[in-house]
Design a protein around this ligand. Sequence first.
Ligand code: IPD
Ligand code: CA
Ligand code: CA
Length: 254
Amino acid sequence: MPISLTVLEKIIREAGSLAMRHFKDLENVGVSKKSPRDLVTDADVAVEIYLKEALGKAYPEYGFWGEEGGQSDDLSSRWIVDPIDGTHSFSRGQYFWSISVALEIDQKLVAGAVYAPALDDLYIAAKGSGASKNNKVISVSSESSLADSMIATGFACLRSYLEDNNLNRFARIAQKTTGQRRFGSAAMDLCLVADGQVDAFWEQELNLYDVAAGALIVKEAGGTITDFKGNEGVFPKQILATNGKVFNELLTLM
Ligand code: IPD
Ligand code: CA
Ligand code: CA
């Protein structure tokens, strides 16, 4: 194992404490727009700076790619970080946001952690070693009927320039499922599939930093990670995570 999960957990919890200090003082947190629909706050920037320093000190041999600060030069082994996933939710004082940290070595995801500080839920996994939530082993749900399932999705694609904005797909699938949710943090959506809280999640037009850690956690919890055609792999522009049991039925509706 190229890193210690105990060290990773300690660092992401420290990042969570920093984020919570901002979260409890929202009226003094600066918010700006990166694009018409993308916000960035002082917390996003502060958490990413902290994670870059702490991970760089613990593991100087790895590069760093953060959503706010951009790519490091080392692409062979790097941390892939979303300092606050669900910034809109964070900025409105809602609890459903997370910090996502993944380690990729030679284009393979080897470790990942997603921490929701406001909920104090920490999901973590190492390739081949299973997934856990708050130190308890987790696995995907046993739900095998799509009609009885609960699904989650997001609308990153609700941009006017995109023909496929997920609304028709959502309407199709909503009519064939029991529960539908839009939580607002793709990293957490994936962890809810891993934890059996929802049976499937899909979204388009994301970035690798949104999904890298959560995708590994789903796979280590026994779930599937594919594109909308069922091709195995992590495709941020078209990610579909399932418990495996509703996969075939859901694929016909994607
Ligand atoms: C966002 C969240 C959200 C998804 C958006 C992402 P951000 O991440 O993951 O669930 O629907 O497309 O941009 O921007 O808050 O890091
Ligand atoms: Ca994100
Ligand atoms: Ca973010």
